[in-house]
Design a binder for this molecule. Structure first.
Ligand code: GRG
Length: 295
């Protein structure tokens, strides 16, 4: 009964403050950030309903409520994490060459790589400012928690990129990569509100653990949808991870099995650059035959 927020009400609570934060950006970065957040199109025309799901800010508020602390003190942290998340998406789409995000052309395709990078940087800077300003006398601890999380994110991303050139990635390495790249931030999401509210460290550690495992499961679902889902749910062309030789968990499960199907998958990876639509279909089928779907 003390949980006074859910996914929808959390998003509605946080969005005005995200807008107020983005409003502080210089004009060019503001235009790109608003496009990234799904508020308007490239002409500045409002596009309601095009934003992200807002899972991370919701987790911030829900975990604060779950720790029986007042959610009001965590709103700044919730805003801040959505800024961080969108920074990471802007940079990630450039690094991966992903042409679609949230079912629209990626920001870098619309505004150029340099401007999209700079907008990501500005969002990250803003995220620190919002967090520092809103976390009162616990701001040093809050900022250190965010810094530690971002270093893990950077490590996860670097592992992800390095795996593209390898066919011998082990399941454990893959889980570590997904843990750093995605679960670190959901773990942080579940810890930062309680941290600011001065909740006891044991409860915070439990919430962190919950957030970590939720993030791993979330990344796995994202990977499965990216191979076997539909474009609407994935928000990007299905198969783009396969075409980029991403070592997602289903793919690693397939590559660590044995048999001729595995060799055919590796052959396909080595031969086809860039993947055609047929290649993507064959790769998805091979991954499935090899038991990747079981993941
Ligand atoms: C912090 C130094 C430093 C570097 C960052 C770019 C980068 C390194 C990391 C990228 C991490 C990343 C983008 C992971 C993917 C996480 C993921 C599953 C994103 C999709 O999240 P959703 O579905 O997105 O919640 P919406 O669109 O709903 O907001």
């Amino acid at each position: 009964p003390h949980l006074r927020v859910n996914l929808e009400t959390a998003a509605a609570l946080v969005e005005p403050s995200v807008r107020a934060a983005v409003d502080r950006l210089p004009d060019q970065e503001k235009a790109i950030a608003g496009y990234q957040f799904g508020w308007w199109d490239r002409e500045g025309v409002p596009t309601p309903g095009n934003g992200g799901k807002g899972i991370r800010p919701a987790l911030v508020l829900l975990s604060t409520a779950a720790a029986r602390a007042a959610i009001e003190q965590a709103i700044g942290a919730a805003v801040s994490i959505e800024l961080v998340h969108n920074f990471s998406l802007l940079h990630d789409d450039i690094m991966d060459g992903d042409i679609k995000r949230r079912s629209r052309p990626s920001a870098w395709l619309v505004y150029g790589k340099k401007a999209a990078l700079l907008t990501g940087d500005a969002l990250l800077v803003l995220a620190f400012d919002v967090l520092a300003e809103s976390s009162g006398h616990r701001s040093v601890a809050a900022i250190q928690l965010l810094t530690q999380t971002l270093l893990e994110l950077a490590e996860g991303q670097s592992m992800d990129l390095a795996f593209e050139g390898r066919d011998d990635v082990e399941i454990l390495e893959c889980l570590t990569m997904a843990g750093r790249k995605t679960a670190s931030l959901t773990s942080y999401a579940c810890a930062i509100g309680p941290c600011i509210a001065g909740v006891d460290p044991v409860t915070i550690r439990h919430l962190q653990g919950f957030g970590y495992h939720l993030g791993l499961a979330f990344q796995l679902m994202d990977d499965v949808i990216g191979i076997w889902g539909d474009e609407e749910r994935a928000g990007k062309p299905v198969g783009s991870d396969l075409a980029a030789r991403k070592k997602t968990l289903p793919v690693v499960a397939a590559l660590t099995s044995t048999g001729s199907a595995r060799d055919r998958l590796i052959d396909l990876y080595n031969r086809a650059t860039p993947f055609s639509a047929d290649d993507v279909r064959s790769a998805a089928l091979l991954v499935e035959q090899l038991g990747g779907r079981a993941w």
